[in-house]
Design a protein around this ligand. Structure first.
Ligand code: ATP
Length: 200
């Protein structure tokens, strides 16, 4: 089975595009959602997060204390890196195990930080969803009701879209000049063909 990654800058539309692939029958692993699930349910990750940030990282009902965690890591880059060092490798392992359970010509992992976390190493092919920065900022401000500075801060955590496009095997342009669905349909056919050619 072909293992495909899909990534792109914040607000590029990678989740929206991944959902279209899912509608075509492609199994999709959503890394952000999975990371949240692991932080809530994986006893080893919960133990490590509590060891790093204290028991207050979880509320008495066992859910993640997002406010507390955000306040701790907001000004402390090193602490954020330590938290990421717990979550990212665990999510990568979880995605790899998930991939092994899929029965399809190809399966897809959607992640905002596919290059930055080195998660792309175990993937066969990477799709980057591209949209210009101004459009991405507009979309995220509308979607999350956050100010422009917050969007820009999140954008700085990612590699530049220009570098991402150069590292990509395929690019989907999700801007106002290009229709997304025809690009997805064409790429789906190419990925099915590539999967057929692969020795199983
Ligand atoms: P993040 O990294 O923040 O998770 P993302 O890359 O997954 O972002 P989406 O959530 O898919 O981006 O899209 C951002 C917003 O833009 C959403 O509200 C989505 O509905 C909207 N959007 C995405 N693509 C289009 C499009 N082609 N036309 C109109 N709206 C779009």
């Amino acid at each position: 089975m072909l293992k495909v990654g899909i990534t792109g800058g914040i607000g590029s539309g990678k989740t929206t595009v991944a959902r279209i692939f899912e509608l075509l029958g492609v199994p999709v692993y959503y890394a952000d959602e999975a990371a949240r699930r692991l932080m809530h349910s994986d006893p080893e990750i919960i133990r490590q997060i509590k060891a790093l940030l204290g028991d207050d990282a979880y509320l008495p009902n066992g859910t993640l204390n997002r406010k507390f965690i955000a306040s701790r890591v907001f000004q402390d880059k090193q602490l954020l890196e330590q938290l990421n060092a717990i979550i990212h490798p665990a999510t990568i392992r979880d995605a790899e195990q998930w991939m092994e359970r899929q029965h399809a010509p190809y399966a897809m992992k959607e992640a905002a930080l596919l290059f930055e976390t080195h998660a792309f190493h175990y993937l066969d092919r990477i799709i980057v969803v591209y949209a210009p920065a101004a459009l991405r900022i507009h979309r995220v401000m509308q979607r999350d009701h956050v100010p422009v500075d917050e969007v820009k801060r999140r954008m700085q955590q990612q590699i530049s879209p220009e570098i991402a496009v150069r590292l990509a095997d395929d690019v989907i342009y999700n801007d106002e000049q290009n229709a997304v669905i025809p690009q997805v349909l064409q790429l789906h056919e190419q990925l099915l063909a590539a999967a057929r050619l692969r020795p199983s």
